[in-house]
Design a protein around this ligand. Sequence first.
Ligand code: SF4
Length: 286
Amino acid sequence: MYRFRASHMSDNSKIEWTDATWNPVRGCTKISPGCKHCYAETFAERFRGVPGHPYEHGFDLRLVPEKIVEPLKWTKSKMIFVNSMSDLFHERVPDEYIELCAQVMAAANWHTYQVLTKRSERMRDLLKTSLKSAARLSHIWWGVSVENKKHGLPRIDHLRAASPAMAFLSIEPLLEDIGTIDLTDIDWVIVGGESGPGARPMAAEWVLSIRDQCYRNDVPFFFKQWGGVQKSRFGRELQGITFNGFPCLERSANPPRHTRIEMISGFEKRSAVFVKQRPTRKREAC
Ligand code: SF4
């Protein structure tokens, strides 16, 4: 096991604060104002009806058991954003499937995982029960999205109540001044504005208030972007500085090849039972 402070790095993901994405679930449904311009929905719906495309079914929620073993196949250590195209704690993802994903993350411990949700109550409940051992692992970071006071701030309390070893906040898209945040037991904060068509504006003073709170509480602060309709125009500097704060990483060495192959085979067998259990589409109010 070795420790280091990571800096901004990215190889096969365009997201500024991660290296790679792993999507054992695809699709989701909207739950709060932060979802209004969901990039995942826009992307997925582009391919609805395209035969053989991973998003042939658009943004309908689907389990993707074939993807379960993917992190075990990646030999190089990565920072992995789990379910960039869904929400692992969506109400239609079975507990057993979430538990299997957590077991893969626990086994493939040469990576670091970032699990981000808006379904913070379910995450809290599972982290306190069937995912208790995964909550204690420092290479699995559990986080909540915070877009405003009403929906976002209660999620921080849910996250804290679960007492994970590593807890983070993704305050994006920041839609208003969220005031004072209780940063007790929070290990990392990411802030960003909304981007793309119809992007809602973000004021500099809202961001500065969060940055200053992070400084006062010694919490690493990562400023992702200003956003806007053309996000490249506004970049990611805040008062002339790029903020790339990251927590320290702890990484384990890769196991020998034969051990990895055994793990892959075991998880493939266990994930096969979910192939027939894909949830079917159910339209829900946003
Ligand atoms: S929870 Fe995330 S993935 Fe799901 S609709 Fe909202 S923004 Fe999109």
